[in-house]
Write a protein of this length. Structure first.
Length: 143
């Protein structure tokens, strides 16, 4: 059995990335969902949160999304994100970003800007924790 699967990440009307991955963790209404090679077909609604990917070279990639849809079918994952936040879009030295313990919030009443700020906070928190140990790999989106 193949140990990787194809991943396509897109925004409405714009294809961003295509690559091979070993694992993806996506934010959903009831927690995080994992996709791996050979997974049963699935369609899921993504909530605001972190998309964590391990590619075929074992690099850990981190993105943020304010929501969208994810589909796993025939060993291909397609992620259609409302918006996508990359690590390079963050200022990890911004002291105005209050970090610490972030609780799961009901994001259904948030505006798009509030969702983006919430997801950025989640990303900064995760990256600051990782930077204390190893650091995070990033993949740059080219247009």
């Amino acid at each position: 059995m193949k140990k990787s699967f194809a991943v396509a990440i897109a925004l409405p009307g714009k294809h961003l990335l295509t690559f091979e991955a070993r694992q993806i963790m996506l934010p959903s209404k009831k927690g995080y969902i994992g996709f791996m090679a050979g997974r049963q077909p699935m369609l899921a609604t993504m909530e605001p949160g972190l998309i964590s990917i391990i590619d075929i070279e074992d690099h850990h990639l981190l993105f943020g999304t304010t929501g969208g849809f994810a589909e796993m079918l025939d060993n291909q994952a397609s992620l259609l994100c409302d918006s996508l936040i990359e690590v390079k879009d963050l200022d990890l030295n911004d002291e105005t970003m209050l970090v610490g313990k972030i609780y799961n919030r009901d994001t259904s009443q948030m505006t798009e800007k509030q969702k983006r700020d919430y997801v950025k906070l989640l990303m900064i928190n995760r990256l600051r924790k990782k930077s204390a140990t190893a650091g995070a790999s990033t993949r740059t989106i080219t247009e």
